[in-house]
Structure formats: C-alpha cells, structure tokens
Write a protein that binds this ligand. Structure first.
Ligand code: M6R
Length: 619
C-alpha cells in the first residue's frame, strides 16, 4: 500500500513526481504529498487530503520549482487521512523530509524515546518517527552524514519499510532503503537523471533501465547514477535490467478505466502467456524459467499453492487442473493464514505462490516459511522484477502486462492459463496424461485467446451488460453459485462485485445450497449461476429450478446456444464452448464485465474503490 516516488536530475522535479504518483495512485489514494528542494535551497512541502488531483491543484496554486523531489500517495495505517498525516514528514525545522511505505511496528517506543529527546510530533503517523530519528542521528553520531544517519535510523526500526529521504544540506542526493517485505523499490536510470519508485508504472514513461532494492539494502541516488549498500554499509554491485513493458502499457488509452482496459486486453495477454511455451510438433509444454527438471517434477509428493484474493481463487482452479492432469495432490492455502498454522511442509513439496504484484506481504511471508522448512519454491508472477520473482527457485511469468486497476482481471485469466501449463508440464514429466487427452487440451489452449477475443468483441458491441446492470444493479445482495472447477469462478465473480460496486455477494458451491444458504433466496436476492454444458450441467439446471421456485431471479453464465438455459434463466451471460478444464477462463470474463457495468451504474469509483489498494504490502 502507499506509493513513493523520487526524482533527481536536470528537469523540473515536481511535475515528474506528480506524474509518477498518478501512475501509483492504485496503491493508495486517501491523501498525497511531495517535498521539493527549491532553487533557494529550501524544502517546500505540499500535502493534501483526498485524491491526487487535490494535490495537483494545490501545486498549481502554489508552484514549487526545483530539480530534486520526493512524493507519496497514502493508504492510511496510523492516523486518519488528514493533511498533517499525509507524507512527506519533515524534521529539523525543514532540514529533511521522508516518505515511507510500510509499518514501523515499534513506533510507540520510538516515539516516546524521541519525545524524551525533545521532538514535537505533529502527526499520528509511524513515519514521523523515521524523520526525527534520521535527524537525531544526523546531529549526533553521524555528524552530518545523511547516508549514515539514515542507516542508523533504519537499524532502530522493526517491521517492513521502504523509505526515501531528501535533505537541504545534500542537494545532490536522495537516500533510499528497503527493510523487509515493504512493497517494491525500483531505481530507474535516465540520461543525466535518476528516479526511484514503488513500482514500474511510475518509471516506465522515463526509462526502461531498472534495478531493484532487496531487503536490507540502501541506494544513494545522484543525477548520474546510484551507489548501493547493505544496511550495514557493505558496497553492493547491481546491474540494471531492461524493462519489457513500454510506456503505453501503463496508460488507459481509449478506455474510461484501467479495469475496463485490462478486461478487454485479455485476448492479447493470453496470447503472450502462451507464446513460446507450447511445442506443437512434440506436443510438449516448456517452462524453462520454472527451473524444475523432469526428474524433480517426478519426485515431488505434493504442491501447496499460497496466494491471496483473486490469486487465491486462481489457485483453487489450479488444484483442479493439477490434480486432474498430473495426479499430484494439491493443497491451496490463503497466504495470510499459512505461516500461522504451523503448516506441514517438507523438501518433497513444491510451494507455489500466485501473485500478480509479487509484493503481497502475506504471500512473501508464506514463501519465507516454505523456504525455512526446506521446500522448493516457485511463483506464478506478473511483475518479474518483484521480490517474489527474485526470491523463488523458479517462476512462471504471467506475461499479462502491467495491471493497474485495483480489481484484478487479466492477471486472473493469465494465472489460470499458467496453472494449466504447469499442470501439463507436471503431467508430461510424470507420464500422467495420455497423448490424446494432452493433444485435445493443447489444441483448446491454442484456440482460447481467439475465443476470449470474440467474447470480448461481442460484449463491447451491444449494451447487453449495461442493461443487465440497470436491471439488477439496485439489489443489495447476490448469490453466486458454481460447482467443481466453476466454484472458484463463483467466488471470484462475487469478489469482483463486492470490490467495486459494494454490493454484498456470496460465492457458494452450488451443491451446498440446500445445507443453509437457500434460506436467503427471495425476490430481493438474485442468484448468478455458472452453468456451461458439461458433466455437471444437469445438476446446475436443478439448482436453477430450486431458486426460481422460491421467487429468485437467475442470471446464468451459459453457452450462447443453450436454449434450455435461455428459457430457464432471467438473463444469460453467454460464453463460447471450450475444453471443460479451460471453461473458467471464459466464464469469469462476463462476471468481470457485469461487475464493471454495475459499478458504473451505481456511480462507484471503479479504479479506486474505497478502502482498497492494489498491492497489499502491510499485514
Ligand atoms: O498481487 P497479488 O496477486 O498477490 O494480490 C493478491 C490480492 O491482493 C488481489 O488479488 C486482490 O484480491 C484484488 N484486489 C482482487 O481484485
């Protein structure tokens, strides 16, 4: 949560930092601020409550000129979103300013200590202790050495933190550090300028050369480059890598919202996900970066999937795929629960994380736990420069391109396709699936991006979804039902509706209805069923009958030509026919579009839903 940006170079810093914050607003949007070292050598701070537009207005009214600046967009943890709690936080009467992403777990004790030293606190935040600590050491012990003062201050902190410090006495440098799983810290190399940010979208418009800070590492940026150190002062060598995304990928283009753009990109993103991984001649799947030999795959006894939110639901689909194709037992765990239940993990297991951002704190902690227990680790990850990607033994890159909408869409479908490739890879190594079955699935995989494209093109042409939103968008409760491999899709569809339209929606395994939730059904609670014509279709038909018998409206995700379901349901969300194991990739898309249209109908803020942030980097 929270986005941080820093700039040092020859250009005007404030507009660059504001633009960087705009690209990071998905990480937090309850207040924002920046500090610019102006031409007179003074630190000018501007902070404002609410969306970034409010800060931009403030900067327009009271401009600040300078070539070095830091900025922050906040997702409140300590203290409500007020101007005084917004970052940057200053110390020493405007001598230095700090932005932070993370949590200072021992901030009460540090605050007491600093009050004892005579510091006066002006905010409720934990970040202010960092500013005063750096100042304390800067005056006593570090003798004006900003890097040393920052290092000493950070050594006193407990909990994950990413910080950037700017100081009036040092107009030629920015000091940054990362402690623990504090969300990303990426350093961007420009021509005669350097940038730093929590995530790539803030850097992509300026440079494609990026280096990343790991846990316990510091960077000192000047206009001409960066020096890296460990937190205990040992110099480090880091090479910048070349970003695969171009600057256009982080803009909305012709679309009204990032979520809309990302939904409609899914045909392209799945093509990229499959590219280079299917060998048609041999009928084999290649996953080189997974770094798992056929021999290792054969000896594995179990796969444990760890993930949060939408990625967790992708993991539930993965369980079906891996168990069905590779005949290998799979456990799926909420990453946020995994390490707290003393999981049974051993070196014969693969712990597979699914994470779009690669920076979700619980998922990183689950991977740490897995490593501690000696398990092999891998990640299906979109951000290939992220902590998860760098720390695992192997990765499968989603290739979805940057996902900026807070509600995850294209990362879900890319994860499911990657899980299918993983399942096929394990199956071929373990000799678990026969040639004909494998060929059928490979052929269906190849056709899948085209079918996604057709589904999306059709959805975009008419106003079917807008009409559904107008008809059903005023209800307060929804039930989503699915069975088997479609149950996770019910969960994901319900999550999408909750997240962006604030309607209470519950995903349920359809067969469990009679064990309780059926009591909820009446004319005020529409039920959405996922009912493609597959082996459990007839069971879903009975389910629909039971809902209708109790006066409930039914929306059905069904095959376009399913005349029976068209008759039974109040509305159809049509999908094409594909291999049964790939149907989730198609059936989730109408649910994404429905949630999007309902949110529009209700006037909700689709890309910045209340209380949420894209990357959950605090517990
Ligand atoms: O970046 P990750 O995949 O690790 O994120 C996991 C969840 O925080 C994320 O999927 C969240 O649930 C989304 N807001 C869902 O739309």
């Amino acid at each position: 949560m929270c986005g941080i940006v820093g700039y040092i170079g020859a250009r005007a810093a404030a507009p660059i930092v504001l633009d960087g914050l705009r690209h990071l607003e998905y990480r937090g949007y309850d207040s924002a601020g920046l500090a610019v070292l102006d031409r007179a050598g003074e630190l000018q701070v501007r902070r404002e409550v609410g969306k970034l537009a409010n800060l931009s207005r403030l900067v327009d009214e009271a401009p600040v000129e300078g070539q070095i600046a830091i900025g922050h967009t906040r997702w409140a943890t300590h203290g409500p979103p007020t101007q005084l709690n917004a970052h940057p936080h200053v110390s020493g009467g405007g001598l230095l300013a700090v932005v932070q992403n993370g949590i200072v777990e021992n901030y009460h004790a540090l605050r007491e200590r600093l009050i004892g030293e005579g510091y006066v606190f002006t905010s409720d935040t934990d970040t202010e202790v960092i500013a005063h600590l750096v100042h304390l050491y800067y005056q006593n012990g570090s003798q004006g050495d900003l890097v040393d003062a920052t290092r000493r201050a950070l050594s006193d902190l407990r909990g994950p933190s990413a910080v950037v410090v700017v100081c009036r006495d040092h107009p030629d440098k920015l000091v940054a550090a990362r402690l623990g799983n504090a969300g990303g810290v990426a350093v961007g190399y420009g021509e005669g300028e350097m940038l730093i940010a929590s995530d790539i979208p803030a850097l992509a418009p300026h440079t494609r050369r990026i280096a990343y800070l790991d846990d316990q590492q510091m960077a000192v940026l000047t206009a001409n480059g960066a020096d890296y150190f460990t937190l205990d002062g040992q110099p480090l060598v880091k090479d910048a890598s070349l970003l695969e995304w171009d600057a256009d990928a982080v803009d909305r283009g012709e679309f009204r919202h990032f979520m809309q753009k990302e939904i409609f990109e899914q045909g392209r993103s799945l093509t990229d996900t499959l590219r280079g991984r299917l060998d048609f001649v041999g009928g084999q799947v290649r996953l080189d970066s997974l770094n798992l030999s056929a021999e290792q795959a054969r000896t594995l006894e179990k796969v444990t999937i760890v993930a949060c939110g939408t990625s967790y639901y992708a993991g539930l689909v993965g369980k079906f795929l891996i168990e069905r194709l590779a005949r290998l037992p799979v456990e799926v765990d909420y990453a946020s629960e995994f390490r707290y239940r003393q999981p049974i993990v051993n070196p014969q297991q693969l712990v597979l994380a699914i994470t779009q951002s690669g920076e979700t704190v619980d998922t990183l902690a689950a991977l740490d736990e897995a490593r501690r227990c000696g398990a092999r680790t891998a990640a299906i990850v979109n951000a290939t420069g992220s902590q998860a990607a760098r720390l695992c033994d192997g990765i499968i890159a989603m290739q979805a391109g940057p996902e900026i909408g807070v509600a995850s869409t294209k990362a879900f479908t890319a994860s499911v396709v990657d899980l299918c490739l993983f399942a096929l890879y394990m199956a071929q190594a373990r000799g678990a699936v026969d040639e004909t079955a494998r060929r059928e699935l490979l052929d269906a995989l190849v056709r899948l991006p085209g079918q996604v494209g057709e589904l999306l093109a059709e959805a975009r042409q008419g106003d079917h979804y807008a009409r559904l939103a107008a008809r059903f968008g005023e209800f307060s409760n929804f039930l989503y039902l699915g069975r088997g491999i479609h149950y996770p899709i019910a969960l994901e569809g319900a999550l999408k509706l909750k997240e962006i339209s604030y309607i209470h929606a519950e995903g349920y395994p359809a067969g469990e209805m009679k064990h309780g939730p059926i009591a909820l059904i009446d004319g005020q609670t529409p039920t959405l069923v996922i009912a493609p014509r597959d082996s459990i279709y007839e069971k879903m038909v009975s389910q629909v009958e039971q809902v209708r018998a109790r006066g409930g409206a039914v929306l059905a995700v069904a095959h376009a030509e399913d005349a029976q379901m068209r008759q039974l349901a109040d509305a159809i969300l049509p999908i094409p026919v594909t291999h049964e194991l790939l149907t989730p990739v198609l059936s989730v898309i109408p649910l994404q579009i429905l949630a999007y249209e309902v949110a529009l109908h209700r006037g909700a803020d689709v890309d910045q839903p209340r209380n949420l942030a894209k990357s959950v980097t605090v517990e």
